[in-house]
Structures are given as C-alpha cells and as structure tokens.
Design a protein around this ligand. Structure first.
Ligand code: FDA
Length: 390
C-alpha cells in the first residue's frame, strides 16, 4: 500500500516550496519529500543571512542556458514584482542594496517561514529527513523512502544542483534525469572564485585587496568589485564573469574603468614630476598599484618615462590578461551551470515533453542566473509555472 497524492515534489528548497504552495493552493494534494532535516537550507544562508530574494530588473538576458529563450515564458508570468507583492503581503521589510538586488531587512528565515505558510494554506504535506530509495514510473510515480511508499500522478524534480555539497547539495536531479531519459547539459560550477597559478601567484600576495573593475570573460563584462584571495580571484565582478569563463580562456580585467588608455600619457603631460607609483596609487588600492607598477616596469617620475611605455601600460591596465588555471569548484560555487536540458521540457509548464506528469524546476534545470537575486527569481518563476500546471 502507498499513500497517494496528486503530486510529489522532491526537494524543499526555493523552487520546490514555491511549486508545492502554488499547487496546494489550487486544491492539489501535494507531498514534499526533503532529504535534509529542515526545509530551505540554502535560502537561510543566502545573501549573508538576509536572502537576496529577487532582482527587480530580472530579464531573460540575465540568465545562461543552452537555450536562452527557454526562461522567457516563466519569467514573464511570475515577475520580481509578483514575488515582492507576496513578501509585502507578509509584512516582511526589505531594501534594495544595489543594482536592483532586494534583501530582507531582517532575516532569510522570514522567506522560509513565508513559503511554509504559503504551503500550509494549501493541502501540502512536508516530510523532512526522507532518503529517496527509488522512483518508479508506471501508472503515475511511486517514490520509496525509508519511511514508506508514496505515489502520485505527478512528480516534480526540485532537488537543485551540486553546488556546496557540504550543505547537502547533490547531483540527485541528474540521476533521476538519466533514469527518465532526459538529456543533461554538462554541469559546471558557476558564480565561483577563479584560481591563479604560474607567475600569477604573485597576486596572491595581495590577498584581501579589493578594487572596482570591469571583469570580462568571452564577450561579457561586469563592472563591480574584484577581490584578490589567497587562491586567486573572487568578488562580485569575478563571480559574475566566472559563469562565462571557460577553462583555458583568459579573463580580462579593466583595472581603471573610469580612465582611458591614454591617462598615463595625459598624466605625464600634466604632472611630469609625479612618481609613476604615486599616480597608480591614486587610481588603485596601494598594494595593487605597487604590484601592477612592478609588473609594468613603471618606476621613477612620469616625466622620465617614454610615451611608448606609458601608452602600452595604459592599454594593459585596461585589458589585464589573467589566465586562471581553474575554479574553486562546486565546493565554493553559488550555483551550477548546466543541468537538465531544457530541450526536453515545456517552457510554459516545466513538464517533460516525453513523460507526462514529470516536471523539473529550479537549479536542477539548465537555467542559471547572474549573481544578485536572479537565481531565486528563477526558482520562484519555474516553481510557479509547474505549480500552475500540476
Ligand atoms: P535548492 O538547493 O534551494 O533546494 C534543493 C532541495 O532539495 C534542498 O533542500 C536539498 O536538501 C534537497 N535535496 C537534494 N537532494 C535530495 C534528495 N536526494 N532527496 C530529497 N531532497 C533532496 N540566489 C539568489 O538569488 N540570491 C541569493 O542571495 C543567493 N545566495 C546564495 C548563497 C549561497 C551560499 C549559495 C550556495 C547559493 C545562493 N543563491 C542565491 C543561489 C540559490 O540558493 C539557488 O539558486 C536556489 O536555492 C535554487 O533553488 P532550488 O530550489 O532549485 O534548489
């Protein structure tokens, strides 16, 4: 005998809870099975404990996917404003930190509590600490855990991606996808620090130094802070660029985004008696300025340095080429690029095109947002899309 539901949602994270709440409020009998001892663990630690729950400017262009059009429908039907309305309806105070990023004034716990209350408004049962043993598909779906057998006509894969395994993140969604013959786009760590080796280990000496830069990987650049670490490069600009960076490719940094490539030549004309190092220190944090001055061979007064060298140095500062030797991997990645291929899913409902009743949502799917609330917005929007269709 098994307990019977309209839908079983695997994973009580952002996407799973949103989906369950929506389906439950539509009168569906929903069971959420969560491996961990409590729901929404990643929400709780997100945004430094304040949860950057959406980005008010979220558009499809802020997402990476093998099919850049896939996210459009769900994102258009459940917008950042919709989620904000929900947040406000619970009286949760919020603020915009920067670049459209919305955070709780209080704590991320408020978002988890809100989602649980939304689930409680519908017919949703949440069971934590459930180890999924098997998932069978025949006339509907049957999930076996250590505590029993549960069946439903719909199954939602909402178990996220493998980023931050020490928080319980797994590649379980991919195992299920393989079982059901859904294709995968190779998962890779994203929003992740990059590591430096070779001659570039020199930059590790300035671990802790941050500077506003433009970081460019491929054709995409991000104007935010970069941070030097004891392993390489981090900070928002680097995390953003990491999603576009491929092993073996360079990462370009504009260290002087507010200055032109000619600024050193202009400075030579205007202040020939200023030391080159002093000048760089005016534009950049001192320790970074010193290391760059050394690498560029800029020493002595500006007036004594040849124009050619200053032009070349100005250009290098605008397009400094790092050759990262890797990333810090899933252990440090905020999200996962790739995942369940969107080719096999309906962009309206997130349902498998081949297996009716099977849905995949959230980070498990090959849709990855920028840093800054975009990933939660995808979790909410894809969760609602499936929750409306179940
Ligand atoms: P999520 O990972 O939230 O949930 C999956 C759930 O499935 C988990 O509860 C997990 O325990 C469960 N599960 C896994 N395997 C299972 C199994 N075999 N059986 C049953 N359950 C299983 N994004 C953003 O927009 N703003 C932010 O501020 C942040 N901050 C942030 C900080 C940190 C440190 C990280 C690591 C990530 C972020 N993110 C973020 C990204 C964001 O957390 C992420 O995009 C969403 O949580 C994805 O939601 P999902 O519901 O898809 O997965």
């Amino acid at each position: 005998m098994s307990d019977s539901y309209d839908a079983i949602v695997l994973g009580a994270g952002a996407a799973g809870l949103m989906c369950a709440a929506r389906a439950g409020q539509r009168g569906r009998r929903v069971l959420v099975l969560e491996k961990s001892d409590r729901p929404g663990k990643k929400i709780l630690i997100s945004g430094g404990g304040r949860c950057n729950f959406t980005n008010i400017g979220a558009r499809p262009a802020n997402y990476l996917s093998a099919n850049p059009h896939f996210a459009k429908s769900a994102l258009a039907r459940y917008t950042p404003r919709d989620f904000l309305d929900l947040v406000e309806s619970y009286g949760i105070a919020w603020h915009e930190k920067t670049l459209g990023q919305l955070f709780c004034d209080g704590s991320a716990r408020q978002i988890v509590d809100m989602l649980l209350e939304e689930c409680a408004k519908g017919d949703v049962t949440l069971r934590c600490g459930e180890e999924i043993g098997s998932v069978e598909h025949g006339n509907g779906f049957t999930v076996t855990t250590q505590s029993g057998r549960f069946s439903a006509r719909a199954l939602v894969i909402a178990t996220g991606g493998p980023s931050i395994p020490k928080m319980g993140a797994t590649g379980f969604a991919y195992d299920l996808a393989r079982q059901f013959g859904l294709k995968l786009v190779e998962p890779r760590p994203a929003l992740v620090p990059l590591t430096l080796g070779g001659e570039e280990v020199l930059f590790r000496e300035i671990s802790g130094v941050a500077a506003p830069v433009v970081a460019i990987a491929g054709k995409t650049g991000f104007a935010e802070a970069a941070l030097f670490t004891h392993r390489g490069l981090s900070g928002p600009a680097i995390l953003q660029a990491s999603s576009y960076w491929r092993p073996g490719e360079p990462l370009l940094i504009d260290f002087v985004p507010d200055r032109s490539a000619e600024w050193l030549l202009e400075a030579k004309r205007d202040t020939p008696r200023t030391g080159a190092r002093t000048l760089l220190r005016e534009a950049l944090p001192a320790r970074l300025a010193d290391i760059l001055a050394e690498k560029l061979g800029l020493d002595g007064d500006m007036g004594n340095l040849p124009d050619k060298a200053l032009r070349a140095a100005g250009e290098r500062l605008k397009r400094w080429t790092f050759r990262p030797n890797g990333t810090e991997g899933f252990a440090k990645a905020e999200v996962t690029l790739g995942g369940i291929s969107t080719a096999g899913l309906s962009s309206k409902t997130m349902e498998s095109k081949r297996i009716p009743g099977l849905f995949a949502i959230g980070e498990a799917v090959d849709v990855t947002g920028w840093l800054g609330g975009y990933n939660f917005q995808w979790a909410w929007a894809s969760g609602v899309a499936a929750g409306e269709a179940i």
